[in-house]
Design a protein around this ligand. Structure first.
Ligand SMILES: [Zn+2]
Length: 122
């Protein structure tokens, strides 16, 4: 009888812990989904800006595609690696709202969601 009660107590306690963990996991998943949606929006916006810029430059006769690719490779190499990416060195950023440290490439705080800085358009 005594052991039965203890067993029941722990079962209820474990059940509450599991429910709490599930709630926290759900919240974390929603935060991750929101962060991903913001990232996708930012990428879509950057894609629009880049396409607009390229089209404007082509229409203005500033360059042709070969010249553009040559310049793109030059800029790609400026960070030390020809890898189809541009990743200049940057330092981790402190959030102006909560003070926590975010990754050097973060657009918004991963803890409170505040935008970290006025971003350049590129
Ligand atoms: Zn923050």
């Amino acid at each position: 009888m005594y052991y039965g009660w203890i067993h029941g107590y722990y079962a209820i306690d474990a059940s509450r812990d599991a429910a709490q963990s599930a709630t926290e996991a759900g919240s974390a998943a929603r935060r991750a989904e929101n962060a991903l949606a913001r990232l996708e929006d930012a990428l879509d916006r950057q894609g629009l800006i880049i396409r607009t810029l390229l089209t404007a430059c082509e229409k203005s006769g500033l360059f042709n595609e070969a010249g553009f690719r040559e310049l793109m490779n030059e800029i790609d190499l400026s960070d030390g690696r020809l890898d189809g990416k541009y990743k200049p060195q940057a330092t981790p950023q402190s959030c102006p709202n909560c003070g926590k440290t975010n990754g050097k490439r973060a657009v918004s705080c991963m803890y409170c969601g505040v935008q970290l800085e006025t971003r350049d358009i590129m």
